[in-house]
Design a protein around this ligand. Structure first.
Ligand code: PDD
Length: 286
């Protein structure tokens, strides 16, 4: 079951006019929210980021947080599986093709749910391969825009060589992955790039830093050079659907010892424990 502009229906019945500005221009924003045991994870934070994205492209939020929450609750209940991921998609609506904003047009609101398939244990035991590429995206990567052409092309470069992610470098510094945030481990400390217009402020990124702070794991939020990426002890990838994964090969070379490291093991365990706390319904600080 999906939600489209006020109605719940099977996905096969959902129809979007071809003049929707999402289809014509990629003029919209989205969110991906993991659901564990039928509870949306970090909902308030995801809705805050959605508001930031909508503000960034000047679409008025079609719903209050309470309305979003109600819609998501209904959609979770209408779909199978305790662990799901919600995809929210808002476009500027349907209008005659013209770059300038149409007047008096209601946004298109689409929400779907899919099973949440977190990375299998076998993959976490070996880690995954990544490549690097130059970050050729626009300068508002903090907006979760549906126009993802650069991200798609960058991710496919990795897939073409049997890797899972592309680590992006801009002006000698690391920004993030094609569809994830990236952390570096150096001298036993966790390094995270600062949130700014060059990367998506990841919700999982925030959880990882909160966990590090709460468990006395040394960490630093600062610009990370390409050299530090290439000489990292460990590289970690985070996203709502992949949670935390170790990158053990970069551009065909081993990262550190070439196996998942201590930082990954510790953060992965803390993340799983934190998830369980959330699922039990109490969400204290990590
Ligand atoms: N992508 N950076 C980019 C460019 C992303 O697309 C994503 C997530 C992240 C991680 O953010 P979060 O931890 O909030 O999921 C960082 C989602 C999962 C997607 O597009 O499917």
């Amino acid at each position: 079951m999906i939600y489209l502009n006020g109605d719940f229906m099977p996905i096969e019945e959902a129809r979007i006019p071809v003049l929707d500005r999402g289809f014509i221009f990629g003029d919209g924003v989205y969110e991906v929210i993991p659901v564990y045991s039928r509870r949306p994870f970090r909902l308030a934070e995801h809705l805050r980021r959605l508001q930031h994205s909508l503000d960034g492209i000047r679409i008025k939020n079609p719903h209050s947080d309470a309305e979003w929450s109600g819609l998501l609750e209904q959609l979770i209940a209408a779909n199978e599986g305790d662990d799901q991921y919600l995809y929210l998609h808002i476009t500027r609506g349907v209008a005659k093709r013209d770059h300038a904003f149409p007047k008096g047009v209601a946004p298109t609101v689409f929400i779907m749910s899919n099973p949440l398939l977190t990375p299998p244990k076998e993959l976490l035991a070996t880690g995954v391969a990544a490549i690097t590429a130059s970050d050729n995206r626009w300068l508002r990567c903090d907006i979760k825009a549906i126009s993802l052409l650069p991200n798609i092309l960058l991710r496919q470069m990795a897939v073409d060589v049997g890797a899972v992610e592309t680590v992006l470098l801009r002006d000698g510094f690391m920004t993030e992955g094609a569809a994830s945030n990236i952390f570096v481990v150096k001298d036993g400390a966790l390094l995270a790039p600062p949130k700014n217009h060059l990367m998506l402020p990841g919700i999982t990124y925030d959880v990882v830093l909160e966990l590090a702070a709460a468990h006395d794991i040394p960490y630093e939020v600062r610009e990370i050079s390409e050299y530090e990426v290439r000489t990292a002890q460990e590289l970690l990838l985070t996203s709502s659907t992949k949670e935390i994964m170790p990158i053990t090969r970069l551009d065909g070379k081993p990262v550190g010892d070439g196996i998942p490291g201590e930082m990954f093991t510790q953060l992965y365990q803390l993340y799983q424990n934190y998830k369980i706390t959330v699922m039990r319904g109490n969400t204290p600080a990590p």
